[in-house]
Design a protein around this ligand. Structure first.
Ligand code: GDG
Length: 727
């Protein structure tokens, strides 16, 4: 077994000096954590990524450096890579996912390049994949990849993790339909889709529900080939590495140097890649405002601003750099003097030791992204403070703010308030600094990157192992079921009506049982070993009219009524929310003339099967959201059914009614058939060795078996009927 990790960048560093090329494997947090998991689980590790070097360089040097895992570079054509990486990944997805829709530079050619690049990487993974491997895909460059791998290897274990935010529906929907579908279907190819925070996970599930029309139960989407769990997995850092570095001799020397240089000043520090999402200008404006508001700090404070070059070839980044540099000059010119430069700026990265020296010298870390998936700098700053000194000022719009509760939070746009908080931070007494740092360190020590990787990968495995998909009810499985049926003495047959025993019609009243079905049910039920129940969403009048004369039990309104001799309601009284729901749905009938309302005793349904497909779907998504809000805190359940939105009393439940009223009867065999969401409530009850469930048609199911059509159900029941007679 091996772990195949895919990220755009490979954990490699390639240096060319005096015509000599040296390749080294780099050990960032992610690589160290995945490697550690693979070692613990006795698995090999292979890393797939896009090469930022020539193929010949790789061929000449790939065996000449030491590595503790395999590396598989993918070589992309330059133009393709530009459209894939610079344009679609960084100027469409990055912009939109960080809530900068006006920075989005969409074009179809770039989207085609994105798909092609994802396919090329999928081909590479498919080539090295062996059954049992775990595939872990990282980030927005590869949103289509999981699905492409799944198509080749339906049984693969795939995890996908998004390192940046996932936007809400209103932002996500800005992209063309074909793009939205490709991206969401792509991500749903995974068994596990992880985000830094629950907000992002919720945005994703909302987009899937509204755009693809799939429903989740407990953050799990079930598809025909597999299920996808969605969850929050906040990434972290190698805590010990940052904590222990405090005492490295080189770090101590560098820290002393900084202390000497700024002996009479307090240091405010920040480090980021150059990016508009990091809020660097907001930060500078806030610093300026702080100096204006609290002039007593002039010449007593310095802001060390490290910006790491990034994506310089993209227009918006070059523009941002100019804006930042103009702002720095302006502030230094306006507020500084020949003795004092308020903002000390470098546009170059620093090495690890310098980074730790800076972290551990800074009285304040000022981290102000306007949107950030997590922000590791915040966590690193805390970990590097072995001395328990320093104050973290952190934007509420960074994922890290959810975990680092003892940080002083800021809104990057509230310049005045940040100014006040900088002052507060600089004046904070040491015991308070210590208390806050200690609590954040306690958290980070136990929630490090190793725990993150291990949680994510083991949940991917677990999700995959529980993926007991409904098996097609044919061949050997069918024969086994017949055998169990024949051996049983008291069999319960629980049959849904619409979509299971009769095909759906344009109007519910047209879907009525024909003579063949009546004869079949009568014959099945007349065998004393069989107890036949029709478990339907229809109202009791309909069931009584068409099936009331048969020797079968009846359950109406999804469990709201049961007929045992006479009809008995499961729920008492008239639901007070019913009229409200009718009013809301009536407005949708007014604007969608082909739709209609069905009023039951314990529920109301809006049917849109006759409305134009696209229009009906979009309207139904809106109605769903509206109903959720209207019905907040009422004892209702809203069902997003097959071209029907239904509100029902939550106790009108096929699962609980069958459990309490039918499954308690003596039996040694249960077989349930159903096609819709409400049948799932019953399927979930049937977990025993002699309890079997069959889903009719495609889609979500907790059932053990699956058949495709009503005709198959009838054929199966006919075969059961023959076996009932023989024995
Ligand atoms: C994305 C998401 C999410 C930076 N400058 C130097 C340097 N760094 C290192 C930091 C830190 C990393 O780079 C930056 O990580 P962030 O998390 O802050 O930001 P992104 O690069 O935007 O990362 C982000 C992350 O993915 C992980 O999921 O948190 O939200 O945008 O580790 O230390 N390191 C050194 N010198 C530098 O000059 N040595």
């Amino acid at each position: 077994m091996k772990i195949i990790t895919i990220s755009y960048r490979l954990p490699l560093s390639i240096k060319k000096q005096n015509r000599k090329t040296t390749i080294t494997q780099t050990a960032g947090g992610l690589a160290t954590a995945v490697l550690s998991y693979s070692e613990k689980s006795n698995a090999n590790l292979t890393w797939v990524g896009v090469a930022d070097f020539e193929k010949s360089t790789w061929e000449n040097h790939k065996d000449g450096f030491s590595k503790n895992f395999e590396i598989e570079p993918v070589f992309l054509d330059k133009k393709l890579n530009k459209n894939f990486y610079n344009v679609f990944s960084n100027s469409v997805l990055w912009a939109l996912f960080h809530y900068f829709p006006s920075y989005m530079e969409y074009n179809d050619e770039a989207f085609e390049a994105y798909k092609t690049a994802n396919q090329i990487v999928a081909d590479k993974v498919n080539e090295i994949y062996e059954p049992g491997d775990i595939v872990w895909i990282h980030d927005y460059h590869f949103l289509g990849l999981a699905n492409l791998i799944r198509q080749q290897h339906p049984d693969a274990k795939i995890g996908f993790f998004l390192h940046i935010p996932f936007p809400n529906f209103e932002i996500f929907r800005i992209m063309p339909n074909k793009v939205k579908r490709y991206l969401l279907e792509g991500m749903l190819g995974a068994n596990l889709v992880g985000f830094h925070t629950w907000d992002n996970a919720i945005h994703f599930t909302e987009c899937v529900e509204k755009i693809l029309g799939l429903n989740q139960r407990g953050f799990v989407f079930s598809q025909d080939s597999h299920r996808t769990k969605v969850g929050s997995f906040p990434i972290s850092i190698d805590f010990d590495k940052f904590y222990d570095a405090y005492d490295k001799p080189n770090v101590i020397a560098l820290r002393n140097e900084i202390a000497e240089l700024y002996h009479d000043k307090k240091v405010i520090f920040s480090v980021d890649r150059l990016d508009y999402s990091k809020g660097i200008n907001n930060r500078l404006n806030a610093f300026e405002s702080f100096l204006e508001k609290f002039p007593e700090w002039k010449e007593k404070v310095v802001f060390l601003l490290v910006i790491v070059p990034s994506r310089e070839e993209i227009g918006k980044y070059g523009e941002r750099k100019r804006m930042i540099e103009n702002n720095i000059s302006r502030i230094n010119g306006a507020l500084g003097n020949y003795k004092w430069t308020p903002v000390v700026y470098q546009y170059q990265s620093v090495d690890f030791d310098k980074l730790i020296a800076l972290y551990s010298s800074a009285h304040v870390a000022l981290i102000s992204p306007v949107r950030d998936g997590m922000n590791l700098v915040a966590k690193e700053y805390v970990a590097a403070r072995k001395d328990l000194r320093g104050v973290l000022l952190l934007s509420v719009l960074a994922g890290a703010a959810k975990e680092l509760q003892e940080a002083i939070t800021i809104n990057p746009f509230d310049t005045e308030l940040i100014a006040e908080k900088i002052n507060l931070a600089l004046l904070m007494d040491e015991s308070e600094q210590e208390r806050r740092m200690q609590r954040m360190q306690n958290y980070l020590r136990t929630h490090d990157v190793f725990r993150w990787a291990s949680r994510f990968l083991s949940e991917t495995e677990e999700m995959h192992s529980h993926d007991n998909q409904a098996q097609p009810l044919k061949g050997k499985l069918k024969a086994e079921l017949f055998e169990k049926f024949e051996q049983a003495h008291k069999r319960l047959l629980l049959l849904d009506f619409d979509g299971t025993l009769v095909n759906l019609k344009s109007k519910p009243e047209l879907a009525v049982p024909d003579d063949m079905l009546i004869n079949l049910l009568t014959s099945l039920a007349s065998n004393p070993k069989n107890e036949v129940w029709i478990i339907s969403g229809r109202d009791k009048n309909f069931l009584e009219k068409y099936l009331g004369h048969l020797p079968v039990g009846l359950v109406a309104e999804h469990g709201g009524y049961i007929k045992r001799g006479g009809w008995e309601p499961i729920i008492q009284g008239v639901p007070e929310w019913k009229d409200r729901v009718i009013d809301v749905m009536q407005e949708y009938v007014n604007t969608n003339a082909e739709s209609f309302i069905e009023v039951k005793e314990f529920g109301v349904a809006w049917h849109y099967r006759n409305v134009d497909e696209k229009q009906g779907f979009l309207t139904s998504r809106e109605l769903l959201t509206l109903l959720k809000n209207h019905l907040y805190n009422t004892p209702t359940q809203i069902i997003d059914g097959n071209k029907v939105i239904e509100v029902k009393h939550f106790m009108a439940h096929k699962g609980s009614t069958c459990r309490d009223k039918i499954l308690c009867n003596p039996h040694d065999f249960v077989l349930a058939f159903g096609d819709d969401k409400t049948d799932e409530d019953l399927f979930e009850q049937l977990t025993g060795n002699t309890e079997f469930s069959v889903k009719v048609g495609p889609g979500n199911t907790a059932a053990k078996y699956r058949v495709s059509t009503v005709e198959e159900v009838l054929e199966f029941l006919n075969q059961l009927e023959e076996r009932s007679v023989v024995k």
